[in-house]
Design a protein around this ligand. Sequence first.
Ligand code: LIP
Length: 256
Amino acid sequence: MKRMEIAIRAAKEAGIFLKENKDSISGLKYKGSHTNPVTNMDVDAQKIIVNMIKIYFPSDVILAEEEIGKNKSNKNMWIIDPLDGTVNYIHRSSIYTVSIAYMGEKALELGVVFAPELNELFYAKNKEGAYLNESKVHVSDKSDISLALVETGFSYKHREREKFIPIFSEILQHVQDVRVTGSAALELCYVACGRADGYWEYSLSPWDLAAGVLIAKEAGAIISTPSGEKLDIFKGDILAIAPSLYQEFIELINRR
Ligand code: LIP
């Protein structure tokens, strides 16, 4: 059994579990502040994924959002967000995903993002293109930033939110519109399939980013930090954007 097959099977099983048990949310806790909730559903969805991986790849290392004593490696491991969009989920929104990636020795090897209530499965393998369900996807060819629809998100950390507002204001004045969906993984996939022309956000976790970054890259997006440096998913600042918008967007976002 190949890792991609297990990743897709696990994402679908965990996603269907989340969808079918939305009214069984309990054990609502907060990690640090009221803006960062965790529920029994995050933990139970993660168990579905981790148990399946351990059956087929018992010696694989796993980094998962709700894992106690998270592994300290940064390669040859699974990177899992069992429920990306937790705030949306606890408010009964349908905008949430399961995100599963595998980081090899030098690069991300596979990424799977499943949105169960949208019935959308995004996936990619390194150097093999990006797909939505059975169709190959590509970033948009937008070149006029005033006509660009870009996505972003608000950090759980209050001090980050205060710093973010001036940047948000600058971008909002120069693009067609800005959207915040609450799931980094889905926002990266929307850049991959051209529904959005770019996405940027700060202070994310590696599990928010890993799968969506590979999918967006394989669909032709330029991937960097918002300041134009090489992305490190373990540092959490991300820009994924259609190539023809990159230079102008970088200049805009670094005015503040
Ligand atoms: C969320 C991200 C989102 C970000 C939220 C949160 P979670 O991940 O997907 O983009 O704005 O602050 O980090 O916590 O729902 O897995």
